[in-house]
Design a protein around this ligand. Structure first.
Ligand SMILES: [Zn+2]
Length: 237
């Protein structure tokens, strides 16, 4: 069983994974979630200095909101996709092309949400020589930190999305699959995609790579078999 701790920041859940020297943190929340993050970190008895690496699953504001702050204040090195670099430098996740909500009900819901949440901006994250850039799939970076897992490139939600797949089948998928707003018909799919074909192909890839438990950034963990059911329903076999 993969050992991890979940910090629920409201919309986004971030995860602490034990590594050789302390912890690897998967994602941050929105920029405004920083104090909540510090409180939740204290509540699980982890000092911020014990976090030694920050992995960003993709460049959206609810995942990298205070990444720059962590990098500047604590010198946290990043693990990220090479293709995330120019996106993170813009500090804006509201400008991508081809983005669609997965259902009509969600589109309606988010048109209301956006009346209140007008900006998708965050402090731009600039990479440097201490960061580790991954180009697609990778089977060495995490292992070198003492984490029995590999990285799979899982585009579709965004082009730069990646998944951490542990050898025991626990898959930290970021936003490549979700468990969120199911009342709107999402059925474990991302609520938003930039490329529908790639989104479904990535979910297939997560399954064929041996995922058993899906740990999403939005919603609770669930058995990977539910994604099989979803694929049968929406894509046939
Ligand atoms: Zn996202």
């Amino acid at each position: 069983m993969t050992d991890y701790r979940c910090l629920n920041l409201g919309i986004t859940k971030v995860y602490l994974i034990p590594c050789n020297e302390g912890y690897l943190l998967i994602d941050t929340g929105y920029p405004a979630d920083y104090m909540k993050f510090r409180k939740k970190l204290a509540a699980v008895g982890v000092d911020v200095e014990e976090i030694k690496h920050l992995l960003l699953t993709h460049y959206h504001d609810d995942h990298v909101g205070f990444a720059r702050k962590l990098k500047e204040e604590f010198g946290l090195p990043l693990i990220l996709q090479k293709r995330s670099v120019p996106l993170l430098a813009k500090g804006d996740s509201g400008s991508e092309e081809g983005g669609q909500y997965i259902t009509k009900r969600l589109k309606l819901l988010f048109s209301v949400f956006q009346l209140f949440h007008r900006s998708f901006r965050y402090p731009p994250v600039l990479t440097d020589g201490r960061d580790t850039l991954v180009d697609g799939d990778d089977d060495t970076v995490l292992r070198s930190l003492g984490i029995p897992a590999r990285i799979i490139h899982t585009p579709g939600h965004t082009e730069d999305s990646m998944t951490l797949l542990f050898d025991d089948g626990t898959a930290f998928v970021g936003d490549a699959a979700m468990n969120f707003l199911k009342c709107t018909g999402t059925a474990y799919r991302p609520i938003y995609y930039t490329n529908e074909e790639k989104m479904y192909a990535s979910i297939r890839r997560i399954l064929s790579s041996g995922a058993k438990t899906i740990v999403p950034a939005h919603g609770n963990p669930y058995p990977a078999a539910r994604l099989e059911t979803m694929l049968n329903r929406f894509r046939g076999k």
